[in-house]
Design a protein around this ligand. Structure first.
Ligand SMILES: *Cc1c(COP(=O)(O)O)cnc(C)c1O
Length: 493
């Protein structure tokens, strides 16, 4: 299977590349990204044949349908990383909340957020591809809290890969920070920045265009790669769990094979939702995909009005920080799939230059056949968290809570079951959850974790509790103008 460019070809970049090339260099002509040229078809027989399959078998058969140019032994090794999840036989359990609402829990991996679903196998695949080509790569990551821990965890001690991870000091939860600064491996460098996530991200972007930095990397014989969510190597692993979740409902006899469902996805950069869109295009019986946002509601605006407008808009800090995003990168692949490369280039250039674009009414109606959307304020989120706990004894993170709003407002056909996605364990955002359950405010994660554990009569999961006693291995916290120097001295070490 080939990958082609979302904004067409400039005569310099290759117009079509393989999967392994697409994961090493995801950026294409005119600022675009690579997308699959065609999607494999998973017909009724494929879905039926996998009712009895475990997660890894399903994953393997989907990767095979994409004809990825990766050695079968590498794929097996990558998928075996799901054995590290809480239940190796089922890394993604699907829990009943109400009669017609099921939550697919994507957070049972090593760092307790859904980034592990894709980054765990992706880390193994990327390292194997780099090794096979005899090339070394530096992965740069800027994180608001979940991508950093997941990237460090997957790349630690991997051959031919080094990672430099930037985080805003004081801008993540204690648990998220500890997950990063306690990582101790020679190929990892974690750097706290005096500033917020935007400072970390813009520092990373200026490194990517710095000639000094490029020359220094060349001198070290190192290439740059990115593990961010536009990388198709992550997206491919995010198609699988949508199909698995559907099959789980079939196995539980909640739905019959062929019955349509709603998918309900808490969205920021739109990687998770794009995985659901591709699953639908490939043949999964999905009636509609409901896109849940927080107060940064650009996606709600796009899907309900056809306008993407970030003029006079700044990012609002919310209790669901992984969704505090204005430029949602993976929307581009939906535009490309629906309207083609020429129109995608036109729309994306307009967004880059003028910070807004508008779909035609025909384009909007095509978007609305598969997507509906709503956003959830922090206050509403707190009340959904409290309600799910009080009524069902269910603990959920603030990102997952946004789905409950979309569940309330987006369903047109009440006879259709909903699969909502839970993207983080309650332990990663415990001060918010403790606040929802008690109305008190908590400054430290430890206090919030203890309060919730007591109230819910559960113990704090071992890997989270252990973080507070681990040695701090990564102590660097610097001003952003010193980042380049710091990374270069890490490469020299
Ligand atoms: C990354 C993240 C999201 C957003 O996912 P996208 O695929 O970027 O839309 C939602 N919730 C949590 C907890 C996350 O870490």
């Amino acid at each position: 299977m080939k990958f082609i460019e979302t904004r067409g070809n400039d005569g310099k970049n290759p117009a079509a590349i393989t999967f392994s090339q697409a994961i090493l260099s995801p950026m294409s002509s005119f600022g675009g990204i690579y997308s699959p040229e065609t999607l494999p078809v998973l017909d009724d027989a494929f879905i039926k044949a996998h009712v009895g399959s475990g997660y890894k078998t399903l994953a393997k058969d989907i990767l095979q349908a994409f004809e990825v140019d990766i050695e079968p032994s590498v794929i097996d090794a990558a998928l075996s990383l799901y054995d590290k999840f809480d239940d190796p036989n089922n890394p993604v359990p699907v829990e009943k909340i109400y009669e017609d609402l099921y939550v697919s829990e994507l957070y049972h991996g090593p760092t307790r957020a859904f980034k592990d679903m894709a980054l765990q196998p992706f880390g193994k695949v990327l390292s194997a591809v780099a090794q096979a080509r005899g090339e070394k790569y530096l992965i740069l990551a800027a994180t608001s809290g979940d991508t950093g821990p997941a990237a460090l965890e997957t790349f630690k001690n991997r051959e031919n890969i080094q990672v430099a991870c930037l985080y805003p000091d004081g801008g993540t939860s204690d648990v998220q920070r500890l997950q990063m600064v306690t990582e101790d491996a020679d190929n990892l460098k974690v750097i706290g920045i005096h500033g917020d996530f935007d400072d970390a991200q813009s520092a990373l972007k200026s490194l990517l265009v710095s000639d000094v930095f490029a020359d220094a990397l060349k001198a070290h014989d190192i290439s740059l790669s990115a593990a961010n969510s536009v990388n198709f190597g992550r997206i491919i692993f995010q198609i699988i769990y949508h199909i698995h979740s559907y099959l789980e409902l079939v196995r539980k006899e909640v739905i019959q094979l062929g019955e349509q469902v709603y998918l309900n996805v808490p969205s920021g950069n739109f990687g998770n939702a794009l995985g659901g869109y591709y699953a639908w295009k490939m043949g999964l019986p999905v009636k509609q995909i409901h896109i849940a946002s927080n107060n940064n509601n650009v996606l709600t605006q796009l899907i309900t009005t056809g306008r993407y407008d970030i003029r006079d808009t700044t990012v609002i800090a919310t209790t669901s920080p992984a969704m505090d995003i204005l430029k949602s990168s993976n929307v581009e692949r939906v535009l490309f799939d629906l309207y083609g490369a020429e129109r995608t280039k036109e729309l994306m250039h307009k967004l880059d230059r003028e910070k807004h674009y508008e779909l035609t009414s025909d384009e909007l109606s095509r978007l609305q056949t598969i997507f509906a959307a709503d956003f959830c304020t922090d206050e509403e989120g707190l009340s959904y968290i409290k309600q799910a706990f009080d009524q069902e004894g269910y603990l959920m993170c603030p990102h997952t809570a946004t789905c409950f709003k979309a569940y309330d407002t987006c369903r047109e056909d009440k006879s259709i079951k909903t699969i909502a996605y839970s993207t983080a364990e309650w332990t990663k955002f415990s001060p918010v959850i403790a606040n929802a359950l008690s109305d008190e405010t908590f400054d430290y994660d430890v206090d919030a974790l203890k309060m919730i554990a007591k109230k819910a009569s559960i113990t704090i999961p071992a890997q989270i509790a252990a973080l507070f006693d681990k040695e701090i291995a990564q102590k660097t916290v610097i001003d952003k103008q010193d980042i380049e120097k710091e990374i270069l001295s890490f490469l020299d070490a």
